[in-house]
Ligand binder design. Sequence first.
Ligand code: FES
Ligand code: FE2
Length: 372
Amino acid sequence: MTSAQKTSARVNAAPAETPTFPLNAWYAAAWSHEIEHALAPRTICGKEIVLYRRTDGAVAALENACWHRLLPLSLGWLQGDEVVCGYHGLVFDAGGRCTHMPAQETINPSACVRTYPVIERHRLVWIWPGDPALADPAEMPDFHWNDGTEWIGEGGTYYGLRCDYRLIVDNLMDLTHETYVHAGSIGHDAITAASFDVTHTDRTATVTRWMLGIDPPPFWARNLGKPGLVDRWQIITFQAPSVVVGDVGVAPVGTGAQQGDRSQGVNGCFLAAITPATATTCHYFWNFVRTFKKDDEALTRSINLAHVNAEGKGLYDQDVTVLEAQQRAIETHPRLPFYNLNIDAGALWARRMIDRLLADEAQRSAPAAAAE
Ligand code: FES
Ligand SMILES: [Fe+2]
């Protein structure tokens, strides 16, 4: 692609009531380390959910509203593996079934709260907020880089953002923003100068950018530890509906990295699982893992501090300023569309896949709605 003009397209803003996220998908709900034997409320895809770890280690996910008078169950407490409502003492087991009612022996068989399918994998707790009958473990996103074995990183950082989750997908699928948003750190003119390819499958879209024979940015120069020009790569893959994995790194120029031999270089991966909380807020589970200097704990810490730090000057802080301002602007100007450039090609594929999942879901629920 050579001309922004050629591929510019008008995208009309969706009406407010149009769903922006599919429900029939696995979404990261929490890092594993966040969920203990305690009630943890979280809003996932517009649903109020309470999570807790049972005594056998498995994670339970219940609707966070008591069957009786809807008090959030997270305001109650755990009694073994059961949840006691903090208002009138109804007790629910991890399967959502009521096991105790105060001042009566007979338990109404319909007294239950909804439960959600949960899978704990790759150091994350994943939830399926849609139809449980469709929850297929084979559709879990691939996040294996976070398993803590071959790739090393802190394990997981959580952020809550006031923006549509798709804005983060857009942000990660187009790293030309680094040149402007992250000028002075990972930004580099070569990113905007380099051409890129976009490929896709049914559920993934990949943006591949090689920057050959360039000066390495400071982070990569330091970690490569070899003087001279480098070949730099950014291979960013979206997995529908909301996971992005970025394979990034550098190798000394001409040592065959582009052809598949990265042995002379240094390689990292940023891992992003982005989960809608509501249409305008989201959860962002982030990590950066690497295969170099794996025992260097100070480096692990410094990578996290580069992302977010007490001074609010980390890379993440720079992104969040843009993303939340963008969300406010969308709400201020609901009739203004987005326009697309060549650089948006990867994000457009991601959005097409999200739209297709939404259309499938609307079609599946249409007969049921018509029959009501
Ligand atoms: S609201 Fe939960 S027991 Fe009454
Ligand atoms: Fe960024």
